[in-house]
Design a protein around this ligand. Sequence first.
Ligand code: KIV
Length: 277
Amino acid sequence: MSSQRPSPVRRIAAPDISARKGGVPIVCLTAYSAPMAELLDHHCDLLLVGDSLGMVVHGLPNTIGVTLEMMILHGQAVMRGSSRAMVVVDMPFGSYEGAPESAYDNAARVMKETGAGAVKVEAGAAVVDTIAFLVERGIPVMGHVGLRPQAVMTDGGFRAKGRCQSERESILSTARATAEAGAFAIVVEGVAEQLARDITEAVAVPTIGIGASVGCDGQILVTDDMLGMFDWTPRFVRRYADLRSEIDRAAAAFSEDVRQRRFPGTAEIYFAKAGQA
Ligand code: KIV
């Protein structure tokens, strides 16, 4: 009897992503559900369960209201739907900016309850020590610099970053400190091209750009944006599909069929078994 079993696919892990610095660009997309994760898994190196799910799935005005429980629930779904891509779960606003010990408790809970490979934090200068604290205790951390959606209240909106000298220097030094603290990769969002290139050159770990030019080590988009689910998207989004129109067209056709009693048809109903009353 052969003891050979098909070997299970090994998931991409933090060291695999780190090793891709300067190599073939790293492909990342957001995912919030099991079916979407299943569709994206073999195209992507990394699936991010972004706290953008607050706006994309739950209709919130920004990401501030997203809870740890929401992140865990969606993280579990994405893990169930995927088997190959690394899954990273965003730490939501309020779950990591205080004491490193409470950040550890929350991040450990995310790792245990979802089985994800890492967490992501929006890395301002105040969070750098926490990144080191988590990494030293076995939690892989992805940083996020530049436009930080969780800072929307202090920033007064979502706007591109690093367009003046002082902002450039501060973002570059945060990115350096984030990498030195042990982050395995850094999302660089909404910054001018030269700054994205400077960060990519300055840090030893891969940069994953979103609105940050082709000068990064990889790219990420919010999947629903690139699928054309919204009328408005930021300038940096490229639409690869127009699902909003497709869904509108399908829903209109369904409603017309129902109103005209064309649905369901004979192919779509059940009949009694032959010989049974
Ligand atoms: O929450 C999110 O989806 C993100 C990406 C935009 C990088 O942080």
